[in-house]
Design a protein around this ligand. Sequence first.
Ligand code: HAM
Length: 409
Amino acid sequence: MRDVLVPEAARVRRFVDRFARHAEAAGYGQIITPLLEDAAVFQRVGEATDVVQKEMYRFTDNGGRDVSLRPEFTASVCRAFVQHRPATPWKVWTAGTNFRYERPQRGRYRQFDQVDAEVLGTEDPLVDVEMIALGWHFLQSLGLRQVRLLLNSLGEPGERAAYVEALRTYFGSRAAELSDASVATLARNPLRVLDSKRPEDAAIIAAAPTIEHFYGDASRTHFEVVRDGLDLLSIPYEVSPRLVRGLDYYVRTTFEYVGATLDSAQNALGGGGRYDGLVESLGGPPTPGIGFAIGVDRTLLACDDEAVFDAREPAVDMFVVDTTGGAAALAICDEARRAGLRADRAFDGRSMKSQMKSADRSGAAVAVIVGSDEASAGTALVRPLRGDGDQRAVPRTDLIQTVSDELNG
Ligand code: HAM
């Protein structure tokens, strides 16, 4: 787990703020779910998944309850839906920290943040399009250009199950040629074998049956409407019949935003899809759902690689240099901050020279200087630190207005 320092933490906040603007512009309201829930809630993402089998931070609390830190949001959002029964369609977004016990590496951490959007209560394929477009335009707005959208449909539950059986038979017949890791995956979850990146599996996977042969009319039509909608919005996508996601609740539409600059094992900036059976498995009425999550940490790595959405060193508007003991700086900063300016100062009664150094480092556009002459005259010196412009003495009563004017050019 990592510390996020200055200025990166502010970049994370801007990222989440940006996502909030996009989601709220599309009619999604924010919700906040607990960081810790009954482990049974998260088990619904799939008993056979790595997330449930190996990655949950699961423990017994002091009251003897079996609980887990959240590995993702979707199960919690559905649990909240079942508990509160809001009107549908329920369009929500959320953001925050998740935990998975994975092997940490660039782009993969045990504590990571996601932004997430979900819609419950409609199976209209146009909501799938809206969802995919929301994530796409958000990533574009960061300035990312090397992102591909992969799209697939896993069919309806019965079709998906038939496909899984076909894969079980196919991979079973070629088990002797598969990697040991894929043989183990096959026993648990034949779909996930498609995700193997091991070279010895590649040819066998390339010849595996594909899902489209298992679609019934309804899922074929649903998928067509989704693709037509993306075409209508001019959002480029690649149909990727081997796109299977790491969580088991998906049916019909699934998608991933893939970053071209990242290592293939960690190149999914985000992904999602339909999970029409999840609410029911949590004890609610049959309710379709769709959503996605984008990984904050990983997407910011992609931003670094493309040199977009960079971190900004924090800067204040003005820095007060006070060589008369510090009380003048206290009063001036207080007045400036109440007027909405960002103001900072030095402490510990340091020398003029040392305070001026701090003023430079603060990124301030203006230094306000109070020495003994100014203190007795009831003035302060306003000295521009960027560009040219002369230092001038200003009555204390006009000081904040003068600095504001100076900042506004
Ligand atoms: P996911 O594919 O497991 O989906 O995660 C979504 C994104 O979270 C990934 O593409 C990645 O960017 C980020 N992520 C996941 N694990 C890690 C990690 N260990 N370190 C860094 N980043 C990570 C879900 O979580 C689903 N709940 C998405 C969804 C919402 N489906 C429907 N609604």
